[in-house]
Design a protein around this ligand. Structure first.
Ligand SMILES: NS(=O)(=O)c1c(F)c(F)c(SCCc2ccc(C(=O)O)cc2)c(F)c1NC1CCCCCCC1
Ligand SMILES: [Zn+2]
Length: 257
């Protein structure tokens, strides 16, 4: 991935000084005001292929000081719902702390406890490094996480390893599993808009899908997510979310009424 990034969520108001795109007019995340979304019946259900990985396929799980991310093989792909085909690159999470929520997108001003991003790049580009600067380069599938009554076995496949990568730059290999289990079972109901990476360099290269159905994980799992990881030695890695960015006239489409 990119070199050591000296930016932090504490100085997110100054990212534009070092990364000009962060001051652009098609930035993410956004607040989704459902009274202003445009119902678009032409938006088809998202279709995923190759998402179920055998346990003998090992995946790298890394604490990069900004989030925890899981590398994904290019055999996972979005094969429906987008005009072009996209190949998976990685997934990662955004969260709050014990005292507050940490999703990046908000809906009608409501911030959810956490948010997962599954990052894909357009198969017409040779690599994510090339795709990341193109307007149709990336497709990110986002879903909200909330606390529910039961342990989520799919999220447990990631969360049970966090104690092993507590420190920045630590990584571990984890067994493959059905990555689709991290996303809602109903892939028909979603919001769609053009935006950006929510981290420097903030390239405006993301076609965002934010699912309407929320994922549920247990209270113990959420507390694991918000307390396990550190950065810069012993600082708790928490509240790794960017504030909502102005739409600057962009329309948010909804696949449902
Ligand atoms: N919401 S998001 O998709 O914009 C996003 C974030 F908000 C993120 F905060 C991150 S993590 C910060 C960027 C980063 C730093 C170090 C390394 C490394 O050590 O390999 C890798 C990445 C992060 F990785 C991503 N996604 C990445 C962003 C840029 C790097 C290319 C990899 C795919 C997407
Ligand atoms: Zn993200």
């Amino acid at each position: 991935g990119p070199g050591r990034s000296h930016w932090s969520y504490e100085d997110k108001d100054h990212w534009g000084m070092d990364y000009v795109n962060c001051d652009g007019t098609a930035q993410s995340p956004i607040n989704i005001d459902t009274s202003k979304t445009i119902f678009s019946p032409q938006l088809r259900p998202i279709q995923l292929s190759g998402y179920s990985l055998p346990a003998n396929e090992k995946l790298r799980l890394k604490n990069n000081g900004h989030t925890v991310f899981l590398d994904l093989p290019g055999s996972l792909a979005i094969t429906g719902g987008y005009a072009q085909q996209y190949r998976a690159a990685q997934l990662h999470l955004h969260w709050g702390s014990q005292s507050g929520p940490g999703s990046e997108h908000t809906v009608n001003g409501h911030r959810f406890a956490a948010e997962i991003h599954v990052v894909h790049y357009n198969t017409k580009y040779a690599s994510i490094q090339e795709a990341i600067k193109q307007p149709d380069g990336l497709a990110v599938l986002g879903a909200f996480l909330e606390v529910g009554p039961r342990e989520n076995p799919y999220y447990q496949e990631i969360l049970e390893h966090l104690y092993n990568i507590e420190r920045e730059d630590e990584e571990v290999l984890v067994p493959g599993f059905n990555i689709a289990g991290l996303l809602p079972d109903n892939l028909k109901l979603y919001f769609h808009y053009n935006g950006s990476l929510t981290t420097p360099p903030c390239y405006q290269s993301v076609k965002w899908t934010v699912f309407n159905q929320t994922m549920m994980i247990s209270n113990a799992q959420m507390s694991m997510l918000v307390t396990a990881l550190k950065y810069d030695g012993s600082e708790p890695l928490q509240n790794n979310y960017r504030l909502a960015q102005d739409l600057h006239g962009r329309q948010v489409l909804a696949s449902f009424q």
